[in-house]
Design a protein around this ligand. Sequence first.
Ligand SMILES: NC(=O)c1ccc[n+]([C@@H]2O[C@H](COP(=O)([O-])OP(=O)(O)OC[C@H]3O[C@@H](n4cnc5c(N)ncnc54)[C@H](O)[C@@H]3O)[C@@H](O)[C@H]2O)c1
Length: 311
Amino acid sequence: MRAVVTGGAGFIGSHLVDRLLADGARVTVVDTLSHAGESNLAAALRSGSCALVRHDVAAPGLDEVFAEAAPEAVFHLAAQIDVRVSVTDPVLDAGSNVVGTVATLEAARKAGAGKVVFASSVAVYGPPETLPVTEDAPVNPLSPYATSKLAGELYLRQYHQLHGMDLTALAFTNTYGPRQDPHGEAGVVAIFADALLAGEPTRVYGDGGNVRDYVYVADVVEALMAAASRSGDGRRLNIGTGQPTTDLQLHRLVAEAAGSAAEPEFAPARLGDLREMVLDASAAREALGWQPRTSLAEGVKLTVDAFRAAR
Ligand SMILES: NC(=O)c1ccc[n+]([C@@H]2O[C@H](COP(=O)([O-])OP(=O)(O)OC[C@H]3O[C@@H](n4cnc5c(N)ncnc54)[C@H](O)[C@@H]3O)[C@@H](O)[C@H]2O)c1
């Protein structure tokens, strides 16, 4: 298979690239390297089957990049992922995430790509009315970032209606694993792992009882692979475990894996943080035959081991 992975130098994208290469695919990564360095792709680039094109998906010239790559499948993961940046600079966010998504769809259409899989987010839902959240729950994006992801989903639906393209949006819940940036505002497993291994303090916002759904990156990659091999009409499928985990439970698991007995500091709850969010992924199980395979304890251990090895 020939594939284009936008955002392929990033956390999830680079794991997807490795998985595609293991499958014998030829991969073109389109990435600005604005958030991730080339290092995530070190092994991939050595393989000889992966090309890195340093290009902004929202910039002119994307059609030519896609024409050259002639992809059968496009995985669109490139995005500005920082919610706070989306609030302070919504124009920048919409440039990457809205214009960039339309440009990717357009380039994929012109290049005759058979499939586009789009990385959407749990953030499109906002505060849940019932848990776990299914795809027919109301959407209520609370940030420009979440709005940009919802806009991307709507464009997918439109491209299916207008052009009959085969498209799938996957809404990932909190994804974690090796290579996640520990210096961002999200990625709490990476943040805890990095700090605990360094013997530095960790911080929990609120009372530690906020609940999230953590899915391991290898499971997310399998969902992307499964989506690429099934047809879709642009609709969203949830990718999560359905398992609720509090911030304190997560902290304990990471500390245990890091061999640390440290307790977190508590800071005031952050405005806009949801109390609870857990996704129901039954639709993905039915449509893609996908289900998460990695337990949180196992995934946290793999992540902490990788962070330790990279120190
Ligand atoms: N990590 C999560 O928990 C999570 C949850 C839900 C959705 N997602 C989505 O999954 C995708 C991948 O997320 P990630 O955690 O790997 O983030 P990441 O920041 O590690 O990867 C994104 C990559 O996109 C690149 N990029 C950013 N803007 C670009 C642009 N305009 N043109 C080309 N490249 C650009 C960055 O350099 C980076 O390498 C994103 O679309 C994100 O919104 C992630």
